[in-house]
Design a protein around this ligand. Structure first.
Ligand code: ACM
Length: 263
């Protein structure tokens, strides 16, 4: 199975331009699963709720999801990508799963980071796993990495691969995802962005790049540089994630003791 990420540098608010640039970059690509960053077509540093509302789109009817569906069909690939979703009078920091035969679903980010808490509603979809044929794929978005419950829930729901659209600003995530993979024996594909934003007199945010693909054994197959765009596609065997035995005495999920974890 071929999986990849596109570490991009979106221009804030230039949705059409960002979509065109992603489509051009993926035009020659052949893979089964491609992960794009969080809020990949809008940029990240919103300065008001009104601004989020002006670019948020219904899912799957909005132009960004429709464009992703077109790309997924043309390139015969699955694409996981982040976008601001409008539903009723709420906006969510969401990630959609688009496949060659259509829309599979949406995940709404549960753990909102920093000023996202001012502009977005916390996600209400729960953690989702989709069977895309070659693998079972779960989705978490950026700061969800800080909560091991996110990756654990996806693993318990059968995910072989964690797709992780991100706009990382803290330095710890690339190493933390190695632990998330080890402790759940799953693959991860983190797609981060590069560049920086400093809007509306707010603190400058510098995105740390370092998108990566990690194995269930915690091996980093590829970590992208901090400050350059990169499209990476690698071959993995997702069935590696299904054997949870650690040694002849320990099996990761069998050995859980949930009756002792309650408060
Ligand atoms: C983040 O959740 N975008 C850091």
């Amino acid at each position: 199975m071929r999986v990849g990420f596109y570490q991009s540098n979106p221009a804030f608010g230039e949705v059409k331009r960002n979509l065109d640039s992603v489509a051009a970059r993926l035009a020659q690509v052949r893979c089964d699963l491609m992960v794009l960053p969080e809020l990949f077509a809008t940029g990240y540093q919103f300065i008001s709720k009104e601004e989020v509302d002006s670019v948020a789109e219904p899912v799957p009817g909005g132009p960004t999801t429709q464009r992703l569906l077109e790309l997924a069909r043309e390139r015969a690939m699955h694409i996981v990508a982040g976008l601001p979703e409008r539903s009723g009078n709420r906006c969510y920091n969401s990630a959609v799963m688009a496949g060659p035969s259509g829309f599979l679903g949406v995940y709404r980010k549960v753990h909102l980071f920093y000023e996202e808490t001012l502009f977005f509603s916390p996600g209400d979809t729960g953690f989702q796993v989709w069977d895309i044929g070659s693998a079972k794929v779960g989705v978490m978005v950026c700061f969800d990495w800080f909560y091991p419950e996110a990756a654990r829930t996806l693993a318990l729901k059968g995910a072989d691969i964690l797709c992780h659209p991100s706009n990382l600003v803290l330095p710890h995530c690339p190493d933390a995802m190695v632990t998330r993979c080890l402790e759940n024996h799953v693959f991860s594909v983190t797609a981060n962005r590069i560049g920086s934003e400093e809007r509306g007199g707010k603190q400058r945010l510098t995105y740390i790049g370092h998108s990566e693909i990690v194995t269930p054994g915690g091996r980093v197959l590829r970590r992208a540089p901090a400050d350059q765009e990169e499209l990476t596609i690698l071959d993995i065997d997702p069935t590696e994630a299904r054997d949870k035995s650690l040694n002849q005495y320990n099996d990761l999920l069998r050995d859980l003791r949930p009756h002792l974890y309650g408060l």
